[in-house]
Ligand binder design. Structure first.
Ligand code: DGL
Length: 269
């Protein structure tokens, strides 16, 4: 496919978790360069008000646009839920979020139309996943549940710990009882809990990882706008954080599955 733009993609998250989306982009689009911004100084976004999440997200958008990105990928579910419309309205480049791709994949994966969604308090309170799912399948029934304890458990590296399993059983019991056959992992951190969540929900439930769906949506959007990197290019990956760079490097390597090089610290706001 003829590529037209060597400019990098901008990807941002409230912190480290968006590296699951970055990882999916690196796999699917190896020719693309990426500037990843993690707002480690102000994480978590999950419990913050919509106004605050919008303000932080707009500051990051401005920073990434200043770095010459050709498209911005909002890897954070909370930010997508609270700020996507606002970012699209003020951005000079296209902005892709994680919720629409995840919703489309969930509808495809759910023959019964009973779909579970888990995410941070902010994402679930926004109702953004319900709206996105109903836009694709008006008759779907959505069972949503905030799982705020999952983010710190994942940051701790407790991906398969008995405490995490106990908490997951408590959070997911109502969704299992409702008979959902697809469960959207509506938070950057949750893909790291996939084996545990699969065990808790049982074999009849498909887990929807927004990271992979989003990477495919980005590929399609770049192709449609003739913005793909020149074929055969080797993508350059840069990481920028607003604070605490050593923590980002060590925990981030677990999210990305590779060592993190090129990490800069740029405080915003
Ligand atoms: N990145 C956030 C999300 O996907 C999770 C961490 C946070 O609360 O900031 O919703």
């Amino acid at each position: 496919m003829g590529g037209a733009s060597p400019a990098p993609l901008g990807v941002f998250d409230s912190g480290i978790g968006g590296l699951t989306v970055a990882h999916a982009l690196f796999e699917r689009l190896p020719a693309e360069s990426v500037v990843y911004f993690g707002d480690t100084a102000r994480v978590p976004y999950g419990p913050k008000s919509p106004e605050t999440v919008r303000r932080y997200s707009a500051e990051i958008l401005e920073y990434l646009v200043g770095r010459g990105v050709k498209m911005v990928v909002v890897a954070c579910n909370t930010s997508t839920a609270q700020a996507l419309e606002h970012l699209r309205a003020c951005s000079p480049v296209p902005v892709v979020g994680v919720i629409e791709p995840g919703a489309r994949a969930a509808v495809r994966a759910s023959p019964s139309g009973r779909i579970g969604v888990i995410g941070t308090a902010g994402t679930i309170a926004s109702g953004a996943y319900e709206r996105a799912i109903h836009a694709v399948a008006a008759g779907a029934t959505v069972h949503a549940r905030a799982c705020p304890l999952f983010v710190p458990l994942v940051e701790e590296g407790w991906f398969d710990h008995p405490a995490t399993e106990l908490i997951a059983r408590e959070y997911l019991a109502p969704l299992a009882a409702a008979g959902v056959d697809a469960l959207v992992l509506g938070c950057t951190h949750y893909p790291l809990l996939k084996p545990l969540l699969a065990r808790v929900m049982g074999p009849g439930v498909r887990l929807i990882d927004s990271a992979e769906e989003t990477a495919e949506a980005v590929r399609q959007e770049l192709a449609a706008r003739q913005l793909l990197a020149p074929a055969g290019a080797a993508g350059d990956h840069r990481f920028v954080v607003s604070d605490d760079e050593p923590h980002f490097r060590s925990v981030g390597a677990r999210f990305l599955g590779e060592r993190l090089r090129n990490v800069e610290v740029v405080p915003l706001g």
